[in-house]
Design a protein around this ligand. Structure first.
Ligand SMILES: [Fe+2]
Length: 294
């Protein structure tokens, strides 16, 4: 057990991010003090894994836990909302009567959630319901450490730059690819009023104040005031640096596992699943209290 936590136990991974938390049962009532320790662990380790939660955790319990991190916001892909709790997005490769019951292959490229919105995501939570025999892991990379390790000249060059962001995966716009961002219907585009969103390239964490690379992969497609080719090359160079093996943490799921990540300090990527093996998760994404300062 890590010192400084009285109510939960925190077992950090061997890498620079990721920790397993024990001592929390999301189906039982639990205190603000316990949540305080969980949140502190999230800020320190960026990704936390709560193994073996009850196999049929009520949606309300999962929502109560998520809402402590921030206000949940329903995903734009409303065809995959939980039937009675729209704050929950169903991720699944299962089909019923030929129709998908959830979003399959979501986010299989490095990104941070909701960076195409002015107020992006705080924490995202997944609750694992059906686990495939192979595949379906989630990869994370530590954007604070990656920033800290950059040469000082690079840090000085990029501090203060502003990226331009749009819904989608800038590195894959092929409509038949499995790693494209799931296409929006015209109605969803309108509802989202898709416009270019400005974010800081180097962002301070809203709680710890620590600096991290932000949204260098995924939705960012340009840098304000920089020629397009140069900007894209810089974003790709930073993404290649910040997603190297030494900054990564891989989560493999068991049934009942809950994973929480901090979108201000990590990039994440799903990995593809084999359509032969059913897999289903619930996802809740919560929002920051304020937009990042640019
Ligand atoms: Fe995501």
């Amino acid at each position: 057990m890590k010192e400084g936590h009285a109510l939960i136990s925190v077992r950090p991974s061997e890498g620079c991010l990721g920790a397993q938390i024990a001592g929390v049962d999301l189906s039982q009532p639990w205190s603000d003090a316990t949540f305080g320790e969980v949140r502190e662990a999230l800020h320190e380790h960026h990704v936390i894994v709560l193994r073996n939660q009850p196999a049929s955790l009520p949606a309300e319990s999962f929502l109560d836990f998520a809402a402590r991190f921030g206000r949940p916001e329903p995903h734009v892909l409303d065809q995959f909302h939980h039937p009675t709790h729209p704050d929950i997005l169903i991720l699944s490769n299962v089909k019923k009567d030929g129709k998908p019951v959830g979003l399959a292959d979501g986010g299989t490229y490095w990104h941070t959630d909701y960076s195409y919105l002015e107020v992006p995501a705080r924490a995202t939570l997944l609750y694992s319901i059906e686990v495939p025999a192979e595949g379906g892991d989630t990869l994370f990379s530590d954007q604070e450490q990656a920033y800290a390790d950059l040469p000082e000249t690079t840090r000085r060059r990029i501090d203060g730059l502003v990226t331009l962001n749009l819904y989608g995966n800038r590195d894959d716009l092929d409509p038949v690819s499995r790693t494209i961002a799931y296409p929006l219907t015209d109605e969803q585009k309108e509802q989202r009023s898709i416009s270019v969103i400005r974010h800081p390239l180097v962002r301070r964490h809203p709680y710890t104040g620590r600096k991290a690379l932000y949204s260098v992969s995924g939705t960012s497609f340009a840098i304000e005031g920089m020629p397009d080719g140069e900007a894209l090359a810089l974003l790709r160079e930073l993404a290649a640096h910040s997603t190297q093996a030494e900054y990564r943490y891989r989560v493999s799921y068991g049934v009942g596992d809950v994973v929480v990540w901090d979108n201000a300090s990590v990039l994440h990527s799903a990995t593809l699943t084999n359509p032969r093996y059913p897999r289903t998760l619930w996802r809740i994404t919560t929002k920051e209290a304020e937009r990042p300062v640019v």
